[in-house]
Structure formats: C-alpha cells, structure tokens
Design a protein around this ligand. Structure first.
Ligand SMILES: Nc1ncnc2c1ncn2[C@@H]1O[C@H](COP(=O)(O)OP(=O)(O)OP(=O)(O)O)[C@@H](O)[C@H]1O
Length: 545
C-alpha cells in the first residue's frame, strides 16, 4: 500500500490489492492527501511535555467543598478555534508564562492563588476553554499531571501512551480535573475532540481498582453501536488492570444474574438499562459515577422517561453526574442545572458549531432523480472511501442500498430494522474496509468514531442543525481533514439558511443568496420524498400496467 494511502485510511484497513481492479475505476481523489498529512504531522511532531509535575492544592480545594449550589453564567465564545491545531502554536506562550512565575516566592498564599488563577485563565484562553461555576480546578498541562495531582496509576498513563496520545485535548484538559475533584459537570466540545476519554479517564482514576462491590459507574449512550464503541475504548484504557467494563447486551438483560456479575463500569443504552431496572434485576444504588453521553439526545422526549428511571435508580447521594455532547441546547442546560449540584459548565470553542476540519458543501440536486444522478456521477469521478451516506428514514436507506448494491461499489447499510447482529456486521465491515460506502440512518450519526472517513454525504437534508453537526462530525476527527456534501431539493430550500449559518460559523463559505434567505424554525424537517429509483417514471408506469 502506498504511503499516502496509509494516511488516508488511518484506522481503516482497506485491502487495496484485493480490490485493485475496482479501485482503478475510482482514481481521482476529492480530499487532498497533503491536507491530511499536514494535520497528522501535528500529532507526530508534538514534543513530550517538559513541565515538572506539581501539587495543585489550591485549585482542587474546591473538591473538598461540600457546599452544593446551582450557578448559571455565560462564557464568552471565541471564534476561529481548532481543537487539535490551536494548542501547538500557543503552547510555547504557556511555557513562558509558567517560567516567569516559577521564581517568585510562595510565601503569600493569597498571592499564589491569584497567580494560579491568572495562569489558569491564560491556559484556558490558549485552548479555547470557557468555563463557569465555582472554584474550577486548573486545566491539565499534560497527562503526567494525572499522576502527580491525582495519583493516577501507571498502567493508565502507559495505555494512553500506547494509544499514541501525547497531550490531552482541550476538553480532556478541563473536564478531567473537574471530575477528578469530585465536581459534576456538563460539557460541550466539537465532534471528534476526545470527549470519550474525557469522561472515562477520571472515572477509572477515581474508582482506583476493581471491586466486587457491584456496579460503581454507568455510562449511558443513545445507540447500541455507540455503547459498544465506548466499551471498546474503555477496555483500551484498563489494559493491565483487573477492572471490569461491561456492555449491556440483550442476552445480558435477559439472563444475567447481576448480583453475581463482576462489573465495575456498565455501559448501556437507556432502554436496555431501564428494562433491567424494571425487572428488578439490577442494583444501581452504589453507582458513584453516571455519565450521560450525547446528553441532548438522551434528553429528547423519546428517551426522557428511561433516563429519569435510570437517574432515580442511581440513588447514591454522593454520585457524580456528568453530561457530554457536541451540541448543547439551552433547554438541556436548564434541565442539567435542575438535576445537578454545583456543576461546572465547560464549553470548548463555541457552543453548537460544526468541526472546522470538515470542508462543507451544499449541492442543489433539483429532484430525487437528480440526487441519484449526482451521487453516481461523483462516485464515477472520484470515489474516495470510506464514505458515509445519511438518509432520513430506514425505508429510504433500504431503497438506496437496493439501487447501489448491484454496482461495482462495496456498499453496506445500517438502520434500526436490522437485527443486532447485522447492525454489528455493517459497522465492523465498514471499519475493516470491506465496505467502502455505508448507507445509514441517523442511528449512527452521533459519536461513532470511524477514524478515516473522507466524505459524509447528506443524501437527505438533515432534520435539524444538531443532526447536521453530528452527521458531518463523523468525518474530520482528531484533527484530520474531511469533507461533507449536503444535497438539497426545492423542498429543503426553506431550511437552507439554518445549515448555512452552521457552515459559516465553522468557517465555510456559503453562496450569498442563501445568506439572504429567512431562517425557518425547524420542526423535524423530514418531507415526504419520491422513492429512489433510476428507472424513468414512464417505464415504471408501463411495468405497473
Ligand atoms: N489526547 C488525544 N490525543 C490524540 N487523539 C485523541 C486524544 N483523545 C482522543 N483521541 C482520539 O480522537 C478521536 C475522537 O475521540 P472521541 O470519539 O472521544 O470524540 P468525541 O469528542 O466523543 O466525538 P463525538 O462528538 O463525535 O462523539 C478518537 O479516535 C480518539 O482515539
């Protein structure tokens, strides 16, 4: 495999030799390899931190505070941020600041406190971290601080290093110390910016070691695939320890004796956990940590009842709850504040914006036939797998799959009508590179980390701005570049401005006529669309007759 292709398929193993004749048909590339190399080189060239580990007693003194009160404040949004890009440039500045202050005397604790606050403010500015709340712990300077400040076990640092993580991402810098100092937190950070480890890492450090005391931490994810991925990621971090991380599967709900099950951390969808609670099978009264991942999705009407059930079942009064998502509507913030105590609010960059590493494009396709034509044309010109195509319903996902499956493209499909095994296979084949194009409903729009996705195609216009942000966020992860194409037809025009605003706030250009359109209030925009077929309408009528 050529070197550039290695970069392209980082994390995805495409057998190009085996599929050589097929690939010859898709010669041209749409995403610049160079661009990708530039982004990745940041990870490769980053130096190890030289900073001396130190105790941060003052900042963490907040953790001992038992006083819990609600606080609401707004932080100033800062534009032009890039999670992975921004840190390198400004890092040296941070070092200078630290240098200046190192020689000063530590006699006056008040002076020391002010100095610490000043350093924290500078560091937050560097990484575009916005916080509100009381006594917020200092952001991490490096992963090694986890050992000096919080007694993190060596195996965790070793596993982080093995994963190739050289420094924490901005959300990890701030959320990890907050959770480690025993504070609740709700956090909003862009797609692909490392939120998963931002909540798993402190959880494991706090739990210290495996215990036979029952379930001590629960992570809720809105979809099975995401829950499975989180379990897999968590297991990477516990290598070398006796911790037990379990995924709640259907057979587990049905047959397991939870009172005997060895499980420190349980990862589940709300539905499955609620079923186990309802059947009185599971005791969550000892849970010390509860994470609601993709919290805005979990707080949607369809899941709210189940979430409520789980939150109530986690009855330990000293439980630490945290909420994470790339989109955090005000309504969810309100709800979060009403259930959390003295929580810290963390926003990385600007709230509810799309990843800046994704090049976004709007394409007018006219009609449904026009969409199919445009898709075929773009594949014929340059298919640059892996490509993810989003559809508005399972029916439409099936239709497009039926259209494309007979062609020379290795295509897969995933939607909620498929049995669990087939859903799993669809994801695994796509990860392994056996499938080049995966057609999906929004069931995998959130959280899924397919590292090398080059292009996301919104075949059907997304039904909300947050759906758009999450869908296109499957590309351009961890600092890589990616591309997102959104088809629109006449029916979608009234909602164009909403997407255009999201595009411009993440630095993409939008035709000026779109910006003059009025913004329309979203009401789950899923218009009835003509079915997907290449056969001309006349021939269909003939056949039907
Ligand atoms: N400190 C780090 N350094 C380098 N890569 C990292 C670091 N932390 C996480 N990653 C990688 O970044 C990628 C994205 O992380 P993750 O899936 O946690 O993103 P996310 O913020 O949860 O995204 P989403 O909003 O889509 O759920 C993963 O492949 C992960 O392994």
């Amino acid at each position: 495999m050529e070197k550039s292709a290695n970069f392209l398929f980082g994390g995805t193993n495409f057998n190009r030799k085996k599929f050589a004749p097929d690939f010859a048909k898709f010669k041209n590339r749409t995403v610049e390899d160079d661009d990708r190399n530039k982004k990745l080189s940041f990870f490769e060239q980053e130096e190890e931190s030289e900073e001396e580990p130190e105790q941060e007693k003052i900042a963490s003194s907040s953790s001992s505070s038992k006083k819990r009160k609600r606080k609401s404040a707004n932080s100033e949004p800062v534009e032009g941020f890039d999670v992975f890009k921004s840190s390198k440039k400004s890092r040296s500045k941070g070092k200078e600041v630290e240098h200046d202050t190192k020689d000063e005397t530590l006699e006056n604790p008040k002076k020391e406190l002010y100095r610490r606050m000043e350093q924290d403010a500078l560091s937050r500015k560097q990484y575009n971290i916005h916080v509100s709340g009381n006594n917020i712990p200092s952001p991490l300077k490096s992963f090694t601080e986890l050992a000096s400040r919080y007694g993190c076990k060596k195996y965790i640092l070793r596993n982080l290093a093995e994963l190739g993580f050289k420094e924490p991402t901005p959300i990890q810098r701030q959320a990890i110390p907050i959770l480690l100092s025993g504070r609740e937190c709700f956090a909003c950070a862009p797609t692909g910016s490392g939120k998963t480890f931002a909540f798993i890492c402190p959880m494991l450090i706090k739990l210290k070691r495996h215990s036979t005391d029952g379930i001590r931490a629960v992570i809720l994810s809105p979809a099975r695939e995401l829950a499975a991925q989180t379990a897999r990621e968590g297991k990477k971090l516990i290598k070398g320890s006796k911790f037990n991380i379990r995924l709640m599967t259907k057979p587990l709900v049905k047959t397991a004796d939870f009172s005997k099950l060895q499980c420190d951390v349980l990862i589940s969808t709300p539905m499955r956990l609620k079923r186990a609670i309802k059947a009185k099978k599971i005791d969550l009264s000892k849970v010390e940590y509860l994470v609601l991942d993709e919290s805005d999705k979990l707080f949607e009407q369809s899941m709210l009842k189940q979430i409520d059930g789980v939150v109530k079942a986690c009855s330990n009064p000293s439980i630490i709850r945290s909420l994470f998502s790339a989109t955090l509507p005000d309504s969810v913030e309100e709800l979060a504040r009403s259930i959390m105590h003295d929580a810290v609010r963390v926003i990385i960059g600007r709230k509810n914006t799309a990843s800046e590493t994704v090049k976004q494009k709007l394409v007018f396709a006219g009609t449904e036939e026009g969409k199919l034509l445009a898709l075929r044309q773009s594949f014929a010109q340059s298919l640059n797998p892996p490509v993810l195509i989003f559809m508005q319903s399972k029916e439409r996902a099936k239709q497009l799959y039926d259209e494309l499956k007979c062609e020379d493209i290795r295509v897969g499909v995933i939607h909620s009508d498929l049995p669990p095994g087939e859903r799993e296979n669809a994801v695994d084949s796509f990860r392994a590179g056996e499938t080049w194009v995966l057609i999906a409903t929004d069931v995998i729009a959130r959280g899924m980390d397919f590292k090398g996705i080059n292009c996301v195609i919104n075949y059907d216009f997304p039904d909300s701005a947050s759906a758009y942000i999450h869908r296109i966020g499957r590309s351009g992860r961890a600092g890589r570049s990616g591309e997102a194409i959104t088809f629109y037809t006449e029916e979608d025009v009234p909602f164009l401005k909403n997407i255009a605003n999201t595009m411009t706030s993440s630095g993409c250009e939008v035709p000026s006529w779109i910006m003059t359109l009025k913004k329309k209030k979203w009401k789950k925009h899923r218009p009835k669309r003509d079915s997907i077929s290449t056969r001309p309408k006349d021939s269909k009528i003939e056949q039907e007759e």
